[in-house]
Design a protein around this ligand. Sequence first.
Ligand SMILES: NC(=O)c1ccc[n+]([C@@H]2O[C@H](COP(=O)([O-])OP(=O)(O)OC[C@H]3O[C@@H](n4cnc5c(N)ncnc54)[C@H](O)[C@@H]3O)[C@@H](O)[C@H]2O)c1
Length: 249
Amino acid sequence: MTRRILLTGAAGRVAHQLLPGLDEHELRLLDRSEPPPHGDAQLLVGELTDRDLLARAVEGIDTVVHLAGDPSPSATWDELRGPNVDGFAALLGAAAEHGVRRVVYASSVHAMGRYESDGALPVQAHWAPAPCCPYGATKAFDEAVAGVFADRRGLSTIGLRLGATTPVPEQRSQLSSWLGPEDLRRLVRGAVETEVPFGVYPATSANTRGHWDLGPARADLGYEPTLDSAAHAGEVEDDGTDVTTCRRP
Ligand SMILES: NC(=O)c1ccc[n+]([C@@H]2O[C@H](COP(=O)([O-])OP(=O)(O)OC[C@H]3O[C@@H](n4cnc5c(N)ncnc54)[C@H](O)[C@@H]3O)[C@@H](O)[C@H]2O)c1
């Protein structure tokens, strides 16, 4: 089914890997940096916290795929607050107000990072958030506020706790959480189409060394990953750990 999709963070690294998986849809691309042209997609440039821009961005949109944000686990609260907290809440408000059906958004394995540090594996989707850094805490907030919009405003929200989302894993620490491009596209397509109205799911490939339970994503999103970081294990830099999320000081 062809849908009208708004993709935020469209100039970023994850969007670059995802976009070929959205070609059947009518796309509108938003970023604070000019996104590269993509077929007939409409391009919007500006800040998530600009309410006029957001109103134009969500007008007539069926599904938002929200990737805009600060992706750095070492970012400070001041750096994170605008893009990851205020921007996401503003986006959800605009989506609810303008009749958007669903928002699929990028959370992160860092929202559950303390479980990984503790060796409580595989990390289960339904456990309480346990962030390992301010970045992970903003993602846990995003999951919470998305739940409020789903419950109180009838806006369907599906959160994906993305692992290391790169064309190939680059370091040993990424082998446990790697999400390869084809699996990213499968997962987002499943999140766009599922009949489940609300949920938050670990989002990795089917890694032999995986630390994240993919059962709920398989059941609810029809996710059938085909990639395994083990195929690249001989090529990665050894950074001394199997843990993707933050190490304790
Ligand atoms: N890359 C990964 O491995 C990874 C892992 C887990 C989660 N994520 C999440 O996925 C999303 C995308 O990550 P990425 O690696 O592509 O990051 P990126 O920095 O490459 O892309 C993010 C994009 O968002 C835009 N942006 C940031 N703040 C904005 C704002 N206030 N208004 C408008 N645009 C804004 C940036 O200009 C950038 O193009 C982020 O939410 C990140 O937290 C990424």
